[in-house]
Design a protein around this ligand. Structure first.
Ligand code: ATP
Length: 179
């Protein structure tokens, strides 16, 4: 799927970064410099049931309560990002989950720069098309995943078609403004 086109992924910026405007700005710059287009952007405070639903696959693991509590401790930023090979490229830009190794071996990644611990590792990214679709559906229930690929994806391929709203951190399509 989407071999030549753009692939969507869900990026989450975790609470300890969202509450630091300078760090958040740096991450936003890294996202744009890596040629991601921001299709949707929302700031949200997760409820505990939201966080438990999102991380349900980790239920029972030793870090589950710590993770869900942390994710509800302040606002998070949710971005639908588009890029060729978007899932792989976003995970590459984030760096590995384990922060202390990452700080040593991949210090230029987002987690290398802004991760504080394995739980407070700055960002989340979907790991497959299937999980991207599911995760986007959880946080952006009105977003039409197939419709976007059919009608809008082609516009997001070319920077010239897009306008970046820096404050809202979202790209919209220049001519019809319907993104
Ligand atoms: N060993 C651990 N100790 C503490 N927290 C952890 C640990 N492993 C994972 N986590 C937390 O759970 C989240 C989900 O873990 P997962 O194994 O799915 O990592 P990931 O796929 O690299 O990260 P994400 O799903 O957030 O993109 C991690 O981002 C991290 O916050």
């Amino acid at each position: 799927m989407l071999a030549k086109g753009l692939q969507l992924t869900l990026a989450i910026i975790k609470p300890h970064v969202v509450c630091q405007p300078v760090a958040l700005q740096d991450i936003r710059r890294m996202i744009l410099a890596a040629d991601f287009k921001v299709v949707r952007s929302e700031r949200k405070r997760l409820s505990l049931p939201d966080a438990e639903r999102f991380y349900s696959e980790h239920e029972g693991k030793f870090f589950y309560n710590r993770l869900t509590t942390f994710m509800t401790s302040g606002p998070i930023d949710l971005y639908i990002l588009a890029r060729r090979d978007g899932i792989k490229e976003w995970r590459k830009l984030m760096g590995p989950t384990k922060v202390f190794r990452t700080q040593f071996f991949e210090p230029e990644t987002i987690r290398g720069k802004f991760g504080l611990s394995d739980t407070r590792n700055a960002t989340h990214g979907s790991d497959s098309d299937e999980s991207a679709k599911k995760e986007i559906g959880l946080f952006f229930p009105r977003f039409d995943f197939e419709g976007w690929h059919r009608d809008e994806e082609i516009h997001y391929r070319d920077e010239a078609n897009l306008i970046l709203d820096e404050e809202e951190f979202v790209h919209t399509i220049a001519d019809n403004n319907n993104a």
